[in-house]
Ligand binder design. Sequence first.
Ligand code: ADP
Length: 454
Amino acid sequence: MLIIYSLIIILTFSAFGYIVLNNYKIREIKGEETRLFQAANIMADIYKRNKDDIVYTRIMVKTYAHQINGRILIVNQEKEVLVDSFNSYIGKTLNNREIREGLKGKSTSGIYQMDGMEVLQISVPITISNALGSEVVGSVLISTSLNSVNENLSSFSKDILRISLYSLLAALLLTAISATGITKSMRALTNGVEKISTGHLGYRIEERDKGEVGALINTFNEMSQRLRDIERNRKYFINSISHELKTPLTSIKALIDSLNMGNNTIEVYEEYLNDIRGETERMESLVNYLMGSIKLEDLSLAMGMVNLNELIEETVKFMIPYASKHNVDIRLKLLAPILAKCDRNKIREVLLNLIENGIKYRDKNKEANYISIITEKTKTDLFIIIEDNGLGIDKENLDNIFQRGFRVLDNHRIEGYGIGLPLVKNILDKHGWDISLESSLGEGSKFIISIKDI
Ligand code: ADP
C-alpha cells in the first residue's frame, strides 16, 4: 500500500513539476523574444536613418549588443553582413532561416544548439518606403544565449525538487502512520470475523479508532452481540420445545405401560385413552405452532375492508374468559368506527397475540392487572395502542423482541416459544403497517401499531 501511495505522490509531483517548469521556460523565452524584437526594430530604424553613416550604425549596434547581452548583425539583400557587433562576420554571406525569412519581410525566431548551449535567434526585416510601396533592403539578426534562462530554470527546478521531496517525505510519514493504524484495525476485524466464524459469538473488538473504521468496529461488536443473543435464544427455544414434546410423550408411554399391566375394565381403558388423546392434542398444537413459525415467511394475505373497532371488540370478547381467569381487566377506548384495508383473520391474530402476551406476562405482585386498548387518529394516521401494567421488558432486550425464537430468559417459567411477536411483526410488515414498543421493567409495556395514510 505504501509503495502505491509513494508512486501516486511521485507521479503527481513529477507531472506538477514538469508543467510548472515548462510554463516558466515558455514565459521566460517569450519575454526574451519580445526584448530582442524591440531591440532589432530599433536597430533597423537606426540603420535606415543612418544608411550612409555605417560607422555610426556600427557604434550603435555595439552599444545595443552590449546592453542586451547578445550579438547583433545587419545583412543586406544579398545576405552579406554589413554590421556585426562581434566584427568577425563582416563581409561574409550568411544564409540561415531567420535571414531568409527576414529578407522576405517576416519577423521570425528560433532556438538552436550552438557549442553546447541554447541560443535564441530572431530576425526582423529592414524596410524602406518608396514610391512603389515598401522594399526590404536588409535584415537585423540578433542572437543571444539562453544560459541565464536555463540557469534560473535549473535553480527553480531544484527548489521544486526540494519541496517535492519534503512533501513526499511528509506524505509518506503521514500515510505510514495512518496506514499502520488502519492495518491494525483491519487485522483486529479479520481476527474478529474468524472468531465469529469459528463459533465465538459475542466476541468484541477493543475499540481504539474513531471515524469510519471505528464505526465499522462498533457495528461488528453490535452484530456479534446480537448473534450471541440469537444463538442463546435459539438454544433455549430448541430446549423448551424438546421439553414440551418430551413431557406428553413420557405421559403417553406411562399410560400405555399402565394399560399393559393387569386386567383393566373398559372404563379404565376409556379414561386412559382419553388422557392419551389429551396429551396427543397438546403435542399436535405444539407442532402446529412450530409449523406456523416455519411458514412465517410465506404469509399471504386476503385483503378486504374491515371495521377495526368491531374487530378489536370481537377479539377482546373472545379473550375475556382467559383474562378474567387471571384477574386481568381489559379496558377499551375506541373511536368511531374506522375502516381499514387488511386481512381480517391475520389482524385478529395480531391482536390475539398482543392481548395474550399482556395477560401471560402480567405482574402477579401488582394489586390489579389491566390491559388497555386505545385507538387514536390523526388526520392521516391511525394508532392502535395496547398497553399493560405487566412485567415489562428491560431496555437491553427491546431491540431483539421481534426476532424469531427470542424470549426474555428471565421469563422462562412462563410458557412460550418466542414466535408470537415475530408473527405479529411479519403480518404488520406485509400490511405496510408499523409496530413499536415502549416498555420498562416492572412498569409495563406499550405496543403501538401505526397505520399510515388511512
Ligand atoms: P412467547 O410469548 O411465546 O415467548 P413472544 O414472541 O410473544 O413469544 O414474546 C417474546 C418475549 O417477549 C417473551 O418471552 C416475553 O419475555 C416478552 N414479552 C412479550 N410481550 C410482553 C408483554 N406484554 N410484557 C412483558 N414481556 C413481554
